[in-house]
Design a protein. Sequence first.
Length: 282
Amino acid sequence: MTSPQARRPGALRSALATLRRRWLWVLAALLVFLWLSRRAADVALGPDATWSQVHESKVLRVGMDASYPPFEWIDAEGRFQGLDVALAEALAARWDVEAQFFDVHFDGLYDALRTDKFDVIISALPHDRMLTRDVLYSHSYLNAGQVLLARTDAPPIASLEGLDGRRVAVELGAQAHQLARQLARDRGLSLEIVARQESNEVLAALAEGAADAVICDRVTAYAYMQQAPLVQVGPPLTDEPLVIAARLDATTTIREINAALAEWSQDGTLEGFKRRWFQDSF
């Protein structure tokens, strides 16, 4: 019969072997983690093929759905026009290249970007949190959120609180309709909501005096303000940032776009684009 003392060296060797195997597993897992981290860093910090291609070809290829004035459209002479076109041309001039435009249906823009049909998307593009693993987004160059417009030929409305006891026109079932209800509930406003089926019917309600104000998105606000005596009251009520998109490895391209947007925001260039294309509506 083996004594306990005789068994101890074998048990110790077995314990050491088990411990060694565990450490080997830990080391292997650590090495895999470091390798994956390095791969991720290589993707994030690797060469930007988009940036290289733009400067080698001297062309910035821009994808847009040119059917959405005042952001982008094609005029009678076949030329691209609009705020996004001006923005793209300004980027191209900054980089000493030429802007080339591609008209693609909005639903196909991301697929065309991924397959290298163009370098960036500039097309009144909303920031989509669901796609941040698929593309890179720039900083916002315009907030297209909901705004409050008030008639200038009626008793003035200077703030949201000024809506108390007033009538607000909205498009039935639209985001503005939900927002009007929320404002009335959360701020305790006695607010009459005048809901209409179509956008032109909302404007008609204002023209007929059936409403004192309207809530709509900033793009619709542009159209309304060209046709009726309206003024925007306060800042946007919601945030809907419009951004520029590039492929996931276009890190330098997006960095340079952000630098341009930051500079243009400070020196008034972006504001100038808005005034030019939206006639002071924004």
